[in-house]
Every structure is written in structure tokens, then in C-alpha cells.
Design a binder for this molecule. Structure first.
Ligand code: 4AD
Ligand code: MG
Length: 478
């Protein structure tokens, strides 16, 4: 019995006239003779040539789109164009029938919305095969980048009692019977009777625990799911997303920016090399999609060009204050084209502003630093001006914020003062403050939104299409 070979390996095979065993799903079957077979190892299909004169007609009928089959035969040089090799079938077994009438994935173009509703089957399309292979490669590349640099992969808790970002957008975790929630004498929920004896939630970020690790192990990173109950129905937000959060002792904000820029370039380059076929397919997909748009709405660069462009260019670094000056003087601001006009210093940038800076003004990734303290989290290091903090956001074309990070406030008195100002409990975060009491040191870190990175590398326009089973308001199917 020969062992099954994956289609990717067969298509790259230098040898022909060998016996092979392949398994996969039928994409199409035409002229009662040619099966396009795919097993997910590559975007390309393997052509299987059926000897229809010597095949039972009942079996030929079962070779429908979506059917799982096993084929043994000979790998031969192909006469047809479009492929180097093909398999001349000797024996075909139907492993799983697929009713052509009711199978949702037809051999035609489906809309992304339709495929989202059929997310359980969308892996079987070229687009989603490519997206999820790229996702896999990026995850691997991220680990490789950090491992090569001696970082320790740290697992921070999924269930926690803290809201690291202080934004109050957490999902509660409880095992109370929701119809009979225990109350205290004054009518409050009695969390003492809950599983953990206190109120808990799903983590919004592993950063605070990550800092504890960095203040002993020097360089750590987390890579795990995070959860936010923000009710934003946008193409860039999901309620469950994966985040990469490195945290480095003895780093200042410049070191932090250097590391983030190096990481992004490393993983994009890695995917371009490792998944060249998939990215080429996705590039073509985008070009086709753009043909529907008017000329001036089309991008100047295609996907591959855009990715390479990011590798070649230094990211632009400037302060929030400098960015505000640019935006104030910008044509869209003067012509009142922004939905949120730039009036003064101190408010958060909207995505239209970020896009202007990245896509129109600098035309490359931009790192903004030193944001006003009132729009950033309590843990960011305070600048001497009393107004700004050592924050950084990395903005990407078409994506907006890809990375958020900062140098951390390592001075106990400054940190406690800021927590008081912002109403964050020092008692609850006693363990976080302990690191500032015992051997504190300058340190910094950032969070990279994994799905936003995948959006950039695949060119997909909606975050719901780069995570297998997206979670968003009013949707938790699958
Ligand atoms: O800017 P954020 O909120 O930063 C933090 O959570 C820090 N604790 C990170 C750190 O310094 N260790 O989130 C970081 C990144 C964002 O830049 C964005 O890419 C992504 O996480 N992100 C989301 N991605 C998808 N859906 C959402 N709802 C997201 N919210 C944030
Ligand atoms: Mg942020």
C-alpha cells in the first residue's frame, strides 16, 4: 500500500511515472474525465484523469463537487496547459458523497458575506484556504522571531479579575445560576459565593501579568486570545481576537519601536517567501475586486507591491503633537472634509485621521508617540511635560492601528498618583505595584493585533474573514 502524498508535494515532484495515492475533495469534474482535486495543502488543484470508459457510470455520477475521494494512479507529465503533472487514475474510491443539489459551496464565485454564513465550509474555497494558510505561517513566524531573540513565551491567564486597559469592556465569567444570583444584604451581587469568590472576567490583555514575567525573565511574549465586549460593528473589531504582547525589561520607547518594526518586517517577509502562491492568488483576487471600482478608487499598488514597499521603507516616527499640526493644516481639514474636524490638541485620533496620515501624507506605516495622557492607559510612562505619556501606536495603510504600546511607568509614586487620578484600585493591583516596590526598572512593551496583521498581509477588507469563526455583536455561530 502506497502512502498518501499531499497535492503540494506532488505538484512540486521532480519525478514522474511513479505510483501515487492522493486524497482530497473534488472541486470540479468536467467532461466525465478531468477531476480538479484539492486537499488544502496548496491553492493549486491536482488534475486527475479518469478512464471513464472503464469506470462504472454510477461511480462517475458520484464525483460531484465537494465529494471526498481517494485516488491511486500514476503521476505523469501533463499534456494539458496549466499544470506540469497530473495523475492517471487506476482506482477511485468515494470516501464521502456530496449532494450537488444541497452543497452550499458551488464551483462559482460566492460573496464573502455568503461564505461568512457558511464559515464551517468556507475553508474549502481558494480564498479562505489561502487566508488560513497565511494565518498559520504568520503565527509560526512570530514565534520564530521571538525565539531567535531569546524571548520566553509566557502564558498569561484567560480568566482574570483585572481590566488591564481600564476600559470596562469585559465579559464576565461566572458560574452563578443566572436566575438565582446571590445578593448581599444591601442588594449587591454577592460575588463571594461565585466560583472564584470574586468578580472575574475574560482577559482584555495579558500585559500586566506579562510585565511581572519581564521583570524577572527580561524578555517575554504572550500570544493568545483576548476578549473585548466593545459594541463596535466595524470591519476592524471582533470580540475575540488574538494578540501578541512582548514585554521587555530595560527597554525604552525607542527600543520598543525598533523591536515592533523589526517584528512586522520579519513576519511579512517570511509570509511573502513561504506563501508566495497564496499571496499571489490573493493579489489577483484583489485586482479582480478592484475592477468593480472607479479608477480613482483603485489602489496605486497591488498587494505584493504594498507588502514589499513596507519592507523597504523605514516607518515614519513622529509625536502625536506633530501629527495634530499636520492634520490641522491638511486639505481635508481646511475643506471640512473630516467627519471629526481637528480643532485642538488632546482628543483621540479617528480612523479618518489615521488614514490620512498613513495613506495620503506619509504613504507608509507611521508610528505616533507621546500621546496626551488623558486618552491613554494608567500604566504608561509620564513625560516631564506633565501632559503626555511615552505611548506609541503603529498605523498601517488600509488598517489603521496595528500595534499599541508604551514604555511603562516604573516609578512607584508616579504610578500610584496616576492610578488615583484615574480611579484605579491600588488594592486590587497590589501585585502589579509590588514590581515597582521590589527591583523596579525601565521596561516597555506592545500589543500587536494578530487579525489586523493578517488583514494587511492577505489584503482582506473585513476582520471577520481572517479568523476562522469570528465573534461579534449578535453572532457566536459555530
Ligand atoms: O491598543 P490595545 O488596546 O493595547 C493593549 O491591549 C495593550 N495592553 C498592549 C500592550 O501594550 N501590551 O490593543 C492592542 C492591539 C491594537 O493595536 C489592535 O491591533 C488590536 O490589539 N485590537 C483589536 N483587534 C481586533 N479587534 C478588537 N476589538 C481589537 N482591539 C484591539
Ligand atoms: Mg490602542
Amino acid at each position: 500500500m502506497t502512502r498518501r502524498t499531499k497535492i503540494k508535494a506532488l505538484l512540486e515532484s521532480e519525478q514522474t511515472d511513479i505510483e501515487v495515492l492522493v486524497k482530497g475533495w473534488v472541486r470540479t469534474f468536467r467532461n466525465n474525465q478531468f477531476i480538479a482535486l484539492n486537499d488544502g495543502s496548496t491553492n493549486h488543484n491536482l488534475q486527475v484523469v479518469v478512464d471513464f470508459e472503464n469506470t462504472n457510470p454510477a461511480k462517475l455520477k458520484r464525483l460531484t463537487t465537494g465529494a471526498a475521494i481517494s485516488v491511486s494512479g500514476t503521476l505523469v507529465a501533463s499534456l494539458g496547459k496549466g499544470q506540469k503533472v497530473e495523475v492517471k487514475a487506476k482506482e477511485i474510491d468515494i470516501l464521502g458523497d456530496c449532494d450537488a443539489e444541497t452543497y452550499p459551496i458551488q464551483p462559482k464565485k460566492h460573496s464573502l458575506e455568503f461564505l461568512r454564513e457558511n464559515a464551517h465550509l468556507r475553508f474549502r474555497t481558494n480564498t479562505f484556504g489561502a487566508v488560513f494558510r497565511v494565518r498559520n505561517t504568520l503565527a509560526y513566524a512570530i514565534h520564530q522571531f521571538f525565539q531567535e531573540r531569546g524571548f520566553v513565551y509566557l502564558h498569561t491567564p484567560i480568566i482574570t479579575a483585572s481590566d488591564a486597559e481600564g476600559a470596562g469592556e469585559t465579559f464576565h465569567v461566572t458560574n452563578f445560576d443566572l436566575n438565582r444570583i446571590p445578593k448581599t444584604d444591601d442588594g449587591e451581587i454577592n460575588y463571594e459565593e461565585d466560583f472564584f469568590g470574586r468578580a472575574t472576567n475574560l482577559t482584555v490583555s495579558g500585559q500586566l501579568e506579562g510585565e511581572l514575567g519581564a521583570l524577572a525573565l527580561s524578555d517575554i511574549y504572550t500570544f493568545g486570545p483576548t476578549f473585548r465586549a466593545e459594541n463596535s460593528n466595524t470591519t476592524r473589531h471582533v470580540a475575540e481576537f488574538w494578540m501578541i504582547e512582548p514585554e521587555m525589561a530595560f527597554y525604552d520607547l525607542n527600543d520598543n519601536m525598533d523591536l515592533a518594526e523589526a517584528l512586522l518586517k520579519y513576519v511579512i517577509k517570511y509570509a511573502l517567501e513561504k506563501n508566495a502562491d497564496d499571496i499571489e492568488f490573493l493579489t489577483q483576487r484583489l485586482l479582480d475586486e478592484e475592477k468593480q471600482k472607479p479608477q480613482q478608487a483603485r489602489s496605486e499598488m497591488n498587494l505584493v507591491e504594498k507588502l514589499n514597499f513596507c519592507l523597504d521603507k523605514d516607518f515614519e516616527r513622529l509625536t502625536y503633537t506633530e501629527a495634530i499640526d499636520i492634520l490641522k493644516e491638511s486639505t481635508p481639514n481646511k475643506k471640512k472634509k473630516f467627519q471629526y474636524p481637528i480643532e485642538g490638541w488632546g482628543t483621540d485620533l479617528q480612523s479618518e485621521h489615521e488614514r490620512y496620515l498613513v495613506e495620503k501624507h506619509f504613504k507608509k506605516p507611521v508610528i505616533l508617540t507621546d500621546y496626551p495622557k488623558q486618552i491613554k492607559a494608567f500604566y504608561m510612562r509620564q513625560n516631564d511635560d506633565g501632559k503626555t505619556v511615552r505611548a506609541m501606536d503603529i498605523l498601517f495603510p488600509g488598517i489603521g492601528e496595528m500595534v499599541g504600546g508604551s514604555q511603562r511607568e516604573e516609578r512607584l509614586d508616579k504610578l500610584e498618583q496616576r492610578m488615583d487620578e484615574m480611579g484605579i484600585s491600588k488594592e486590587e493591583l497590589w501585585w502589579y505595584l509590588d514590581t515597582r516596590r521590589f527591583g523596579t526598572c525601565p521596561h516597555a512593551g506592545f500589543g500587536l493585533g494578530f487579525e489586523r496583521l493578517i488583514m494587511f498581509v492577505t489584503g482582506m477588507g473585513n476582520i471577520r474573514d481572517v479568523i476562522p469563526f469570528p465573534r461579534y455583536p449578535k453572532n457566536a455561530e459555530f
